[in-house]
Design a protein around this ligand. Structure first.
Ligand code: A3P
Length: 313
């Protein structure tokens, strides 16, 4: 039987969860919640067997901060930098398809770590994992890590719509219910501000770079240049310009039926900064402000979020 594309496998899984409304959609592993649809304890248990390479391109992002977008930017930069001809590009695509690798480190079957070794360099490795769960060899090999952040209010709204569209929780939650879960960290990958507090300790690590969704949105060319420089991708200004166009929200949304199947309908929703204003009540907004103040406002990384600009009316 022909190997399915990843988006076809995801479509099948989505149909399965939608059919089986009452099944457990989340499971607890080492104190963290994970979606049953795509993760399993066996894979999480052997995460540390993952062998990183020093030239791996690692993207770490809390869910809904825009990692499909930035992941695509990284893929395009890698291809442009590798100067592959069409034949080599096709060969690599075929190889990836045959390896049936889910695009996130913690997703899929446990055997994936062996298959990942068959991928040629430079590999793009994406994950939502908390720092303490990221395989140690990523740090030992000094692979470069890009940490993506997004303002917490838009992240929460995007997460709500995604959870709803993907039937991520056992009972369909209202926005108010989801907001309470989000603010208490009772969602897959936990409390968003914990990621900020933890990564704040890596501010001076030269192998780690931080970027925000808002920053790339405001000036994609500049954002892409920063990313390219950090990973030493050898690309021209023209490459950057064309990748910025190819990875615009509209371009990616238009291609979504092919690249992401049905999942794409939920994934490429609005792609805006400030949509939270249409959803948050005044009370919820104040509650988030308070949490931010308590947990992240005083950290350098928290300041990088420009909370006053993006999260205040
Ligand atoms: P919204 O739900 O606010 O529209 P992730 O990839 O981490 O799941 O994040 C999904 C969010 O990124 C969604 O936000 C989605 O619309 C947005 N997004 C996806 N592709 C994008 C792009 N090319 N440009 C801007 N935003 C994008």
């Amino acid at each position: 039987m022909a190997q399915k594309e990843i988006h076809e496998i995801l479509d099948d899984k989505l149909a399965e969860v939608r059919k089986n409304a009452s099944a457990d959609k989340l499971f607890l592993y080492n104190g963290g919640l994970y979606p049953t649809m795509i993760c399993c304890p066996e894979t999480l248990k052997i995460l540390d067997t993952f062998k990183a390479r020093s030239d791996d391109v690692v993207l770490v992002a809390y869910p809904k901060t825009g990692d499909n977008w930035v992941g695509q930017i990284l893929t395009e930069l890698e291809v442009a930098s590798g100067k592959y001809d069409e034949e080599e590009r096709k060969r690599r695509q075929k190889n990836e398809k045959e390896l049936a690798l889910f695009p996130y480190l913690e997703f899929g079957d446990p055997e994936k770590f062996e298959r990942l070794e068959k991928l040629p360099s430079r590999r793009i490795i994406k994950t939502h994992l908390r720092i303490q769960n990221i395989p140690k060899s990523v740090f030992q090999q000094k692979a470069k890590i890009l940490v993506l952040l997004r303002n917490p209010k838009d992240t929460a709204v995007s997460y709500f719509h995604f959870a709803k569209g993907m039937n991520l929780t056992s009972s369909q939650k209202t926005w108010d219910e989801f907001f309470t879960d989000f603010i208490n960290g009772e969602v897959p990958y936990g409390f968003y501000f914990d990621h900020i507090i933890e990564w704040n300790k890596y501010l001076d690590d030269k192998n780690v770079m931080f970027i925000t969704y808002e920053e790339i949105k405001e000036d994609p060319v500049l954002g892409l240049k920063r990313i390219a420089e950090f990973f030493d991708f050898s690309v021209t200004d023209q490459d950057i310009q064309s990748i910025a166009e190819k990875t615009s929200f509209k371009a990616m949304k238009d291609r979504a039926p092919k690249t992401h199947g049905k999942v794409g309908e939920t994934l490429f929703r609005k792609g805006l900064v400030g949509d939270w204003k249409n959803v948050f009540s005044e009370g919820q907004s104040e509650e988030m402000d308070k949490k931010f103040e308590e947990h992240a406002a005083s950290t350098k990384l928290g300041k990088m979020l420009k909370y006053e600009v993006y999260c205040k009316n």
